[in-house]
Design a protein around this ligand. Structure first.
Ligand SMILES: Nc1ncnc2c1ncn2[C@@H]1O[C@H](COP(=O)(O)OP(=O)(O)O)[C@@H](O)[C@H]1O
Ligand SMILES: CC(=O)OP(=O)(O)O
Ligand SMILES: [Mg+2]
Length: 400
């Protein structure tokens, strides 16, 4: 039997998303989500086999290993467990690959050690990714495990955009530079935008806006990334659900010296109690918009800060790219929140992007243009599919 299936694991800080894909036709055989990993007894698993009944159950998931074992049981119940002879590989999303990994990589002990070494640069993400790889390996040691890095697509960013203006020796000694994240999504979405415009990726310049829990913008010139808003870690740039994005670095010194907060406390503040949640108490954009519409001033301010930052980055990337063919929205907020899209390009008419509100608020789901015919710069919504992209890259590698 030819092995043509790939299981993709996307381990986030507190969740595990997985998909089983049939690479012969790109179809989805199963998908699932384990949520609230590490939280006391409130875990939840949702598993959906293609064409089958969605199964949901509460369970205790102390860590990522337990989450993957539970997912493995669900897959096994459908006859597609990790020991299935049809499985060609497991593809893992790994958030931080530093400068070591620019391509999808077959995991061995050396690769694991390098991902481990990068943990201090992505403390919320790399440990979860490592746990996923180690558990999958333990469940089936024979199966190739392929790591696909969020940072890989950004390795083409030129030094003038990747270097921070700090002491060059200190930066080099401690590998301080812009790495960028969500690369798999920016790559997928910028290519899909070219297709939507009926052009080849090499011909178009696109600003991609990945707005999920984490959020980042990228400037993509002819298929190559030339700038992005996340930096050394996934904390820099846009306002996110719980992360601050850009702040004056002196905020850290100030909170340490004047408010007496420790570095760890400030880290937790900026990563987990900031962004939309910090500004108004809610990190879910649906709640923010709902409250704003009820006249809640804090929610209004949170939305406005979010939109203002987004607009600033779009404007900056017009300057970086020179010529822009499209501005593309993706991920949970970008794909669903029409209000965010409207606010993000409001007032940018002089630069070219315009939103047609009828198209923007239509109930369509697939890749689509939401700008009027006459717009000099297209505005697009493209659902991201990091899992399909990871599976495609992993399958290509094991068949090479
Ligand atoms: N209909 C919607 N309107 C506004 N925001 C939405 C909607 N659906 C989802 N979201 C937002 O999308 C976010 C999750 O995006 P997603 O891309 O799934 O995140 P991640 O992959 O980073 O976990 C949620 O926090 C929520 O704020
Ligand atoms: C890198 C990053 O921020 O990822 P996520 O959006 O999945 O948290
Ligand atoms: Mg995501």
């Amino acid at each position: 039997m030819k092995a043509t299936q790939v299981l993709v694991l996307n381990s986030g800080s507190s969740s595990l998303k997985y998909q089983l894909l049939e690479m012969a036709d790109g179809s989805r055989l199963a998908s699932g989500l384990v949520e609230r990993i590490g939280e006391q007894g409130t875990g939840r698993l949702v598993h959906t086999p293609a064409g089958g009944e969605r199964r949901e159950r509460a369970l205790s998931v102390p860590d990522h290993a337990a989450a993957l074992r539970a997912a493995g049981e669900e897959l096994a119940a459908d006859g597609t467990g990790l020991d299935s002879p049809r499985l060609a590989a497991v593809g893992h999303r790994v958030v931080h690959g530093g400068r070591s990994f620019t391509e999808p990589t077959l995991v061995d002990d050396r690769v694991l050690a390098e991902i481990e070494r990068l943990v201090p640069l992505a403390p919320l993400h790399n440990p979860a990714n490592l746990a996923g790889i180690r558990t999958a390996r333990a469940l089936n040691p024979e199966l190739p495990q392929v790591a696909v890095f969020d940072t890989a697509f950004h390795t083409t960013i030129p030094d003038h955009a990747a270097c921070y203006a700090i002491d060059a020796d200190v930066a080099a000694a401690h590998r301080v530079r812009r790495y960028g994240f969500h690369g798999t999504s920016h790559a997928f979405v910028s290519r899909a935008t070219a297709a939507l415009l009926d052009r080849r990726p090499e011909e178009v310049n696109v600003i991609t806006l990945h707005l999920g829990n984490g959020a980042s913008a990228a400037a993509v010139a002819g298929g190559r990334c030339v700038d992005t808003s996340m930096g050394l870690t996934p904390l820099e740039g846009l306002v996110m659900g719980t992360r601050s994005g850009d702040v004056d670095p002196a905020v850290v010194f100030h909170l340490h010296r004047v408010a007496g907060m420790s570095v760890d406390e400030i880290d937790e503040l900026l990563n987990s109690r900031s962004g939309l949640r910090g500004l108004c108490g809610d990190n879910d954009m649906r709640e923010v918009v709902r409250r704003m519409d009820e006249g809640d001033g804090r929610a209004r301010l949170a939305f406005d800060v979010y939109a203002h930052r987004l607009r600033s980055y779009i404007g900056a990337y017009f300057a970086v790219l020179g010529r822009v063919d499209a501005v593309t929205f993706t991920a949970g907020v970008g794909e669903n929140a029409s209000r965010v899209r409207t606010a993000a390009v409001a007032g940018l008419d002089a630069l070219g992007p315009v939103v047609d509100e009828r198209l923007n608020t239509a109930a369509d789901r697939g890749p689509r243009l939401i700008s009027p015919e006459y717009a000099r710069v297209a505005v697009a919504v493209v659902p991201t599919d990091e899992e399909l992209e990871i599976a495609t890259q992993a399958f290509a590698l094991v068949n090479a």
